[in-house]
Design a protein around this ligand. Structure first.
Ligand SMILES: Cc1ncc(COP(=O)(O)O)c(C=O)c1O
Length: 397
């Protein structure tokens, strides 16, 4: 059969992470590649008990029936007030939609706002799946420079003027891949500049709750005065990614349009998963679990950062995040390391990472790599970084 795929899909490859997963089946492989929460922190027992109780209880039939695309009403209500921890106030259920993971919000925002050929501004570097989604809708990702404080505001405004983008996508807290957090000033300015130019913003925040140092910074959404910011987050990193429960919130008009987009995609997010998350909160397990999880993530991040300082060549520098799941590092030009080409050799030695090019809008970076610290144990982290360091040092020679 000669398959004639749509113009939209015919040139799309799988995203780099999905491809890497296939390589990770070796049992002795140390993976710094994915963004998996620590397996031992997944609440298998609690979710098992909650699911059994829900199905045996008075809501059992409702949960197994079709539900509203907008989401499970008790969870939407809870989220409307829960987001006050991000400085977002005055939300009602009408502002909130439940989605099948935060990833779905990126998809729905592109579906609803991006025409073929439209520019979508993204931080350089950004979450690689967001680039993939933008391209699926035949949008054109345009990278905005970023530094210690977050997006470069001059570059942001210049690119808005030049490219007239429909949308800015950003991960202001513990960004994937850099682990960096935007300053308060940058957040306020993003809200102001995008409102001035009528650009929609998708603020993606899957990592805020995994903070092991520093203080919370209010979200960009909390400075939104004209309804151009949509905020999305999920319970993937805090409860379980397999449940596929996330949410988005914003102006009711935008939410209504996203709901129409979602109806066509999956009708609604699994009601059982939504009810489990709601009950998980109702039993007070959410904050309790975080208080156990955060020290685990801190220990792993510390182990990785210390191992990098101890073993990696002097030409390598990296971030030291206050939360999230990733360290981002890069080699000086002088080292002559191409992290994309080096990947196969690293896997051959039993250590996987994600090379930088997948995170940049133009896909040209060859110097950087992203290292995840949540999946491996502290011992594996030390061993894996030592192996990587020896490999890179040999390559520099
Ligand atoms: C920045 C960012 N956004 C969205 C997602 C998608 O998460 P989920 O769909 O599981 O909520 C991830 C997952 O790693 C991520 O890093």
């Amino acid at each position: 059969m000669q398959y004639v795929f749509s113009d939209r899909m015919k040139d799309m490859g799988g995203n780099a992470i999905r491809e890497i997963f296939k390589l990770l089946s070796r049992p002795d492989m140390i993976s710094f590649a994915g963004g998996f929460p620590t397996a031992s922190l997944l609440p298998v027992k609690e979710v098992g008990e909650i699911a059994g109780g829900l199905l045996r209880g008075e809501k059992g039939v409702e949960i197994l029936q079709y539900g509203a695309t907008e989401g499970y009403a008790p969870l939407r209500e809870r989220i409307a007030s829960f987001v006050s921890r991000y400085g977002i106030t005055g939300m009602k259920s009408d502002n909130v939609r439940i989605v099948s993971g935060g990833q779905q919000t990126i998809d729905l925002m592109c579906k609803c706002f991006v025409n073929a050929g439209d520019a979508v501004l993204v931080e350089d570097p950004t979450y690689l799946a967001a680039l993939h989604i933008v391209r699926t809708y035949r949008g054109v990702p345009v990278g905005v420079k970023s530094g210690e404080e977050g997006l470069d505001l001059e570059d942001l405004e210049a690119k808005i003027v030049k490219h007239k983008p429909k949308l800015l996508y950003c991960v202001p807290t513990f960004s994937n891949p850099t682990g960096r957090t935007y300053s308060l000033r940058v957040r306020k300015e993003i809200a102001r500049i995008t409102a001035k130019h009528g650009v929609m913003v998708l603020e993606d925040d899957p990592y805020s709750e995994i903070r092991f140092a520093g203080e919370r910074v209010p979200s960009v959404k909390s400075f939104d005065e004209c309804g151009n910011v949509v905020f999305t987050a999920s319970f993937s990193k805090t409860v379980s990614p397999g449940l596929r429960v996330g949410y988005c919130l914003g102006d009711p008009t935008v939410m209504a349009k996203l709901t129409i987009g979602k109806q066509a995609a999956d009708v609604h997010t699994s009601l059982l998963s939504q009810a489990i998350v709601e009950e998980y909160f109702a039993r007070g397990l959410f904050d309790k679990k975080l208080s156990c999880a955060i020290p685990v993530y801190k220990e792993k991040k510390d182990a990785m950062h210390a191992a990098i300082l101890k073993y990696m060549p002097k030409e390598f520098s990296c971030t030291d995040p206050e939360g999230g799941l990733f360290i981002w590092g890069g080699f000086d030009e002088s080292a002559g390391i191409d992290t994309a080409n080096a990947f196969a050799g690293a896997c051959g030695r039993g250590v996987a990472y994600v090379s930088g090019e997948s995170f940049f809008a133009d896909g040209k970076d060859r110097r950087h790599l992203r290292l995840n610290y949540s999946a491996a144990t502290p011992e594996q982290i030390e061993r894996g970084i030592k192996i990587l360091a020896e490999y890179f040092k040999e390559s520099i020679k």
